[in-house]
Design a protein around this ligand. Structure first.
Ligand code: IMP
Length: 199
């Protein structure tokens, strides 16, 4: 069976593993390091679309290889969509506990606690770019709860669940997450005749 090779524009081994599990064994995902790229691509965009695109175009320009990049974050309605593209460094540090405390602090006294996670994927296939989006809606708890996952997981409770993302198992989160929804759209697109997979 011939498998399709795609470079995932990340050097986060955890993310690569998570996404490999989502896309299944029809695709072999390679990280940037796997193709000899250790550059820190500057994410200078102001939207998830722009940042995902900057990363995939960078890899494509350098290696002329099919690739994709994702960009995600938390968008809180009462904070006008913040932290958004600044999710990783909202408080000025990369420390998740500090970043999520800032969201809790900014939401103090605000009755609207609606929020969503959103992912945008930019796929470059044969030199052409395709965008896929996934979102999961929920609410921000008043206190963190749970130890699994990462980032803002301990304060985000997806609609239809009584637990936070950090209280759900990895399998359950990966079934319903913003990233899973966007990845599923990309996998469906890849499997729908746009490339030939030889069994
Ligand atoms: P990235 O673009 O996927 O690297 O995500 C950027 C930032 O958004 C992360 O550093 C986290 O702070 C936040 N984030 C993205 N996805 C998740 C998630 O699934 N759970 C919690 N936080 C997330």
């Amino acid at each position: 069976m011939m498998k399709k090779i795609l470079v995932f524009a990340t050097n986060n081994a955890h993310k690569l593993e998570e996404v490999q599990a989502m896309v299944g064994d029809k695709f072999i995902l390679k990280s940037m390091a796997d193709v000899g790229c250790n550059d820190d691509i500057p994410e200078t965009g102001t939207t998830f679309e722009e940042n995902a695109s900057i990363k995939s175009q960078y890899i494509y320009r350098a290696f002329k290889i099919d690739c994709f990049a994702d960009d995600s974050g938390l968008e809180v309605e009462a904070l006008n969509g913040e932290p958004g593209v600044y999710s990783a460094r909202y408080s000025g540090t990369r420390d998740s506990a500090t970043n999520l405390q800032l969201v809790l602090q900014k939401l103090e006294g605000k009755p609207n606690r609606k929020a969503n996670f959103r992912t945008v994927i930019s796929l470059i296939l044969d030199g052409e770019e395709h965008l896929f989006e996934g979102a999961v809606y929920g609410t921000i708890r008043t206190e963190p709860s749970g130890a699994a996952g990462f980032g803002y997981d301990p304060i985000f409770q997806p609609d239809g669940h009584s637990q936070t993302f950090a209280e759900l198992s990895a399998e359950e989160k990966n079934r319903i997450s913003h990233r899973a929804i966007a990845m599923e759209k990309m996998v469906n697109f890849l499997g729908n005749g746009s490339i030939e997979l030889l069994e």
